[in-house]
Design a protein around this ligand. Structure first.
Ligand SMILES: Cc1cc2nc3c(=O)[nH]c(=O)nc-3n(C[C@H](O)[C@H](O)[C@H](O)COP(=O)(O)O)c2cc1C
Length: 347
């Protein structure tokens, strides 16, 4: 009897397939369709800082027609001295947070009623200020865990590596003050010392790291001379970057690891588990089905089971981390020396 159950963020999952955060996890109807396919857990669409501003926009446009942007509206209010600056700021931001959050809280509460698997809420943020408010309410709404997607592109010439890295630590510290549900951090890899920074982050009391964010990348249209967005969806060959870091970090850091990006089939799921991932997150693979369906989940599960039977593994723990850097005979295979060997052998 094959047992795919596992533990992730302290939650018991029936399998390690986590449906990652995206527009596909933004409504109860979609969540129900996902749940029917029996994943291990679902991460809800993130609530974004930008959404908060958008909500404030809507509020201002209804009460202050003619104003078009949050900043403009806010500036207008300040200039007209309708409110004293601080009061206006507090009023707007608390209104905006409340309104956006209420919808999000409704989604969590409803999901918890109808979804059988753990529901992980998500906040996408890039600043260290004022997030505890959201986190506490999200916990109260019933979320099983919270994934913090800290999307920080270190492109500010005024900030050094420590300034940028401190943002991650400060966000976690603030959020952890207010909630007791497990917190995971979905992060990028723009750190001056990836291994050490991720190790230190894992020691902050978070329960998991999701490796990695797939950053939005720009492209350039050479005929129209425009900057555009490059591929929004991953391809199935994009998994090796996270595979390397999962393998390097597994067994070394102090929290769980969810592998993310380019995981489209059972082979890649197995590779990530062999490298040491506790769970995997999938998104693009669902978008690539037309219409967007989730029946690839049972297909992946069957593929995993068949592979486990062939290799005489009964449970995930029989092989998880077997090929992490810590456990392989030749740890250099994940390091620079492999590059030297491979590239110098090609004429
Ligand atoms: C349309 C779309 C919307 C997304 N929205 C979110 C989001 O709200 N929050 C988040 O953390 N990640 C979001 N992501 C990123 C995914 O969760 C995931 O990290 C990324 O797509 C890489 O995984 P994949 O290769 O399986 O697609 C989104 C991705 C796509 C394609």
């Amino acid at each position: 009897m094959i047992d795919l159950s596992c533990k992730y963020l302290g939650l018991k999952l029936k399998n390690p397939l986590v449906v990652g955060s995206s527009g596909l996890t933004s409504s109860v109807e979609k969540l129900k369709a996902i749940d029917k396919m029996d994943p291990g857990a679902i991460v809800l669409k993130s609530i974004f800082e930008e959404q908060i501003k958008y909500e404030a926009d809507k509020f201002l446009q209804s009460d202050h027609p003619g104003m078009t942007s949050w900043n403009e509206a806010f500036q207008g209010i300040v200039n007209k001295t309708e409110f004293y600056y601080d009061e206006a700021f507090d009023y707007l931001t608390s209104y905006a947070k409340e309104h956006t959050l209420n919808q999000y809280l409704g989604l969590i509460a409803e999901a918890k009623k109808v979804i059988s698997v753990p529901v992980i809420a998500s906040i996408n943020c890039s600043t260290r200020y004022d997030w505890q408010y959201f986190a506490k309410r999200i916990q109260d709404a019933g979320a099983d865990a919270l994934e913090l997607n800290v999307y920080l592109l270190p492109s500010d010439f005024e900030k050094n590596g420590i300034d940028n890295e401190n943002v991650y630590f400060d966000i976690i510290k603030e959020v952890k003050k207010y909630i007791t549900i497990p917190v995971s951090l979905k992060t990028g890899y723009y750190f001056s010392s990836v291994a050490q920074t991720l190790l230190r982050l894992s020691e902050t009391g978070i329960s998991g790291l999701t490796l990695f964010n797939r950053p939005y990348n720009p492209d350039i249209e050479i005929e129209t001379l425009h900057v555009s967005a490059s591929n929004m969806f991953s391809t199935e060959s994009e998994y090796s970057h996270s595979l390397r870091w999962v393998a390097l970090l597994a067994g070394k850091i102090k929290c769980d690891i969810a592998a993310s990006t380019g995981i489209h089939n059972h082979e890649t799921v197995i590779k990530q588990l062999l490298a040491g991932a506790d769970a995997v997150q999938l998104v693009s693979v669902f978008y690539k089905q037309h219409p967007h369906t989730f029946d690839i989940i049972p297909v992946i599960i069957r593929g995993m089971e068949e592979w486990m039977i062939r290799h005489k593994f009964n449970s995930i723990s029989d092989f998880k981390g077997m090929l992490s850097r810590k456990n392989v005979q030749n740890p250099a295979s994940y390091e620079r020396v492999q590059f030297l060997r491979l590239f110098s052998s090609i004429e």
